[in-house]
Design a protein around this ligand. Structure first.
Ligand code: COA
Length: 160
């Protein structure tokens, strides 16, 4: 398996991959129209020359203080993992783990000390949270206490 930065040439195959997942119509529409991806933050996993996984995120996020633990971090840059998807036929074989690890390496190389994700509350949430826990993320209370636990973020400090 190979993990690499996505390029705009990947748009058709990414549209093909994401059309099977109803959670990300926005990216699907972009890719289906031949736009993006470009810049850091978006990676693909290839097996035998075919893209089987995708992760998109940003390393220029500045709203860490939306979490109680990071109330002091106003205007500090951190990374956010926005979405990821692995082809159903390839799930549970390490693709997602490798994608997140590469994203975290990129985050550290960008000089960020924290990365966070909002696990999809409509997915099998317990299983999804275990996935991120194994990668060093822990559940964090949002600064807005009215947000229900199903929508809480998970964050990982660079010390692990
Ligand atoms: C979640 C996902 C990215 C993990 O990628 P993967 O390549 O399957 O993961 P790995 O093989 O590296 O690790 C396996 C672990 O991933 C998690 N996982 C795998 N499939 C999953 C699924 N359908 N739903 C929730 N978690 C899943 C489990 O924790 C699993 O460990 P377990 O078998 O001990 O329960 C992938 O399953 C997927 O694309 N799911 C659908 C889309 C999604 O939920 N994206 C995340 C949005 S935040």
């Amino acid at each position: 398996m190979m993990i690499r930065l996505a390029t705009r040439h990947d748009a058709p195959r990414l549209a093909e991959l994401l059309k099977h997942w109803d959670r990300h119509e926005f990216e699907y529409a972009r890719y289906a129209n031949g736009r993006g991806p470009n810049g850091p933050g978006t990676h693909v996993a290839e097996r035998d020359g075919t893209i089987v996984g995708w992760l998109t995120g940003s390393h220029t996020n500045e709203n860490a203080n939306a979490m109680e633990d990071y109330a002091d971090l106003t205007n500090s840059r951190c990374s956010v993992l926005l979405a990821m998807y692995v082809d159903v036929a390839h799930q549970d074989s390490g693709v997602g783990t490798d994608l997140v690890e590469v994203f975290l390496e990129e985050s550290a190389a960008e000089g960020n000390t924290m990365a966070y994700v909002h696990p999809d509350a409509n997915a099998d949430l317990e299983r999804l949270r275990r996935f991120y826990e194994r990668l060093g993320f822990t559940l964090r209370r949002p600064a807005n206490r009215r947000i229900s636990m199903a929508h809480w973020p998970m964050a990982r400090d660079s010390a692990g």
